[in-house]
Each structure stands twice: as C-alpha cells, then as structure tokens.
Unconditional design. Structure first.
Length: 413
C-alpha cells in the first residue's frame, strides 16, 4: 500500500473513503511483490495494481464490497488448470491479497493515514497489519517509525472491527518501549513483539510477512502479520562528472534513487550539466565519501578512471557496508587499478566486491547504453539475477535475494 502513498495521502486529505487491496504473499511467477496495492474510493476511482492486470477486475469488486460491508477479507488468486478463463494468474503464480476498508470513523483509518503521510513525505515508517488469525483481529494495524532526532522508536496503533476503538500511541527512549498504550487490542506482549519485529523490517527496508506462533501471539491462535516498510530513496553516488555520468544520473532517477554527482573539478560538476541530479558536490571523491552517510542500499559508481581519484576512493569504498561498488575502465585499466589498490593494502576479499569493468555485457557503446548496462548490473545484484537472457534459460523470471517462498520473511514462536 505504501507504494501508492502519495496518491492515497491525497485521498485522506480530501476526506475520501476507500478500500485498499494489498499483496500479502506470492508464490510462483507472480508479477507483483508483497506490498503492491490497488485502492478504490467510494466513487469507483481506482489507483495502483496488484497483478499487472491478471486479477484487477476481481480485486476491484472486492474493494467495492469492503466499502459497503466494512469487513476486511483475505483472498487467494491462482491459475486454474481446469478453467484457464477463470479469474486467476495465467502466468502460473499465486497471490494472497488483503482487502481493508479505510472509511471515516474506522479505528484503523488514523493509523493508515499516518503511515501514508510518512511514506508520502519520504519518512521512514513500517505499517504492520494482521492478515490471518482470530476474526476480530484481522485488519488491525500498527505504525512503527523512527524519530529523526534520536534513536527512540514509537508506534501508533489502531484496531479494526465492529465495536472496537482502542487506538493509541507509544513512545520510548533509546528503543526501550516499556508498556504500550493501545495496540492491536489483544495483549500488550503482542504489541511489543510486533513493534520490535517491524522495527527490524524497517531497518532493513523490507516488506513481507511475519509468522507469530500461538504462544507468541498471546491470543490463542497463530497470526500472520504483513509489514510494509517505507524508507527514503536509496542513494546512488556517481563519482566523475563525465558525459557517461549524465546518462547514469537519468537512469538512476528512473530507478528511484537519490542521485549525487561528485567531482573535484568545478568546471565539470555543474547543475547545467546535471539538471536531474538531486545533489552536486565539488570535492575530492574520497574526502566526500568519508563524510557522507551511506547504508546497505547505497550504490557507488566510479566513472573517473583516473588513478589519483580512483585509488583513494576505492580503498575506502570497498570497506564500506554498501550494496554495490562499480568502477569504469578498460580491462587494462582494471588490472592496473587492482595492482595499485593491492599496493595500498586492499585485500583480495575486498577486491572481490569490486564490479569492474562496470556493468553487464550488453555491447554498449553510447553513454545511454552504458548507463543501461550499469543499471542492469545494479538491479541484478540487488535482486539476485544472473544477467543471462531469459530466452532458453531455466531460471526464475522474478528474483529477490531477500525473499523466501510465499513471501514469508520471519517467524516468532
């Protein structure tokens, strides 16, 4: 649902009633991942997608029904061998979809509204919703977010169901949550468990389901909880303000990265040359990398192919916990650069992290083709793809190195 947060936040601000259908779990060759959503308002306007078109019509009707009866529902869609024309995924996949009404007066609405606002404005937040379990708990929601001023965490919680209104909020210092007020309305320990697990999902930027056993749920039955994480856009830092960098900036923005261009030469690192970059930095690359913030989703693209820039930059970059480090250059440049890096103490294990020459073998020549080659390698690295043609291959079409079957990511006894 948070993938369409900007539009839905607008609906909330306008006071619209709506129902949202969210992909909870997938199996096989399903086209959308957990968290993908379709929303329908009271006038029948629809936004988003849960299947790329396969089951949109049926899900649309489920949303309309949920708006009428006010009940959350979990529905499974899959391919039918007996009737290929039945509602289902002709690609052979299976998806579980949670449909939740979000109407004025519903206790869940303030929680979802807060999650949508946070996601729409680029703030880190995780929305946890009960997908399966006792009927009176299904659809209840909890919002977990981090405070930008310190390390404390807090959550807002709301219940969904007839006769319930036990929404509340909770805040703690340095991650010490204490006793929550409000919550799912079942047991305080369940609130604390889900808050802690959702915070871990948020820290990793993950969306998926959490299985909580009967003992852990404290409500007499096991639960499945969908956790949707909304995190700021991952960073792409492009070192070297060359013509190839301009094309890579455009592709990086297309892939929803926050793109920074860094070069020590002010005549090249200008807004006029890189109008689509989020940030332009005139500084020695390694000096900038020393002081800027990176994380496990950051990608570093070194396009300078000049030893005086590359060596100190890569010496630092290969020791940082980032997602990707790639460097441009010919194979001769690559061998020379590796020798220089070994001379300054870079280990073989660290060198193994370096993607050089940068990009996949597409036969690229132009800056745009090269940018596509680099982006393809970044996506393959993130999703666990092989980079080989799908024609004739026997590998899965959809990869995700962080996913496991049916979207189950974690479990709690």
């Amino acid at each position: 649902m948070l993938d369409i947060a900007e539009e839905l936040n607008g609906w909330v601000e306008q006071g619209r009633d709506f129902a949202v259908a969210t992909v909870v779990a997938v199996g096989g060759s399903a086209p959308r991942r957990p968290g993908a959503a379709l929303a329908v308002d009271a006038d029948g306007t629809a936004i988003g997608s849960v299947s790329g078109g396969c089951v949109e019509g049926a899900v649309y009707e489920l949303c309309r029904q949920a708006l009428q009866d006010g009940e959350s529902v979990l529905e499974r869609f899959g391919y039918s061998d007996d009737d290929a024309f039945a509602v289902g995924l002709t690609c052979g996949g299976i998806i579980d979809i949670l449909v939740t009404p979000v109407r004025a007066g519903d206790p869940v609405r303030p929680v979802i509204a807060a999650a949508l606002e946070a996601a729409a404005f680029g703030r880190a937040a995780a929305l946890a919703r009960i997908v399966t379990g006792p009927a009176d708990l299904v659809g209840r929601a909890m919002l977990v977010r981090t405070d930008g001023n310190d390390d404390s965490s807090c959550y807002d919680s709301g219940s969904y169901g007839r006769g319930h209104d036990d929404s509340g909020s909770y805040g703690g210092d340095n991650g010490d949550s204490g006793s929550p007020t409000g919550g799912f309305g079942a047991h305080p320990e369940l609130d604390r468990t889900v808050a802690a697990e959702a915070a871990a999902f948020l820290d990793a930027g993950r969306t998926g389901t959490l299985e909580i056993g009967e003992q852990g749920s404290r409500c007499g039955a096991p639960l499945t909880v969908l956790v949707e994480s909304s995190v700021p856009a991952p960073r792409m830092i492009v070192f070297g303000a060359i013509d190839f960098a301009s094309a890579l900036v455009r592709v990086g923005k297309f892939l929803n990265h926050h793109v920074t261009v860094c070069d020590a030469r002010p005549v090249f690192a200008t807004e006029a040359r890189f109008p689509e970059a989020d940030e332009i930095v005139v500084e020695w690359p390694h000096k900038y990398l020393e002081r800027t913030e990176v994380d496990a989703r950051t990608v570093l693209c070194v396009l300078t192919h000049d030893a005086k820039f590359d060596v100190p930059l890569l010496q630092l970059a290969l020791r940082l916990p980032v997602a990707y480090v790639g460097a441009m250059g010919s194979r001769r440049t690559h061998l020379d650069r590796n020798a220089r890096l070994r001379e300054v103490g870079v280990t073989e294990l660290e060198l193994a992290r370096l993607r050089s020459p940068i990009g996949l073998d597409l036969g690229a020549r132009t800056p745009e083709e090269t940018a596509l080659s680099i982006a393809a390698e970044i996506v393959a690295n993130r999703r666990g793809g092989s980079g080989v043609p799908l024609t004739g291959a026997h590998t899965p079409i959809h990869h995700d190195v962080t996913s496991v079957p049916a979207g189950r990511i974690g479990s709690v006894a």
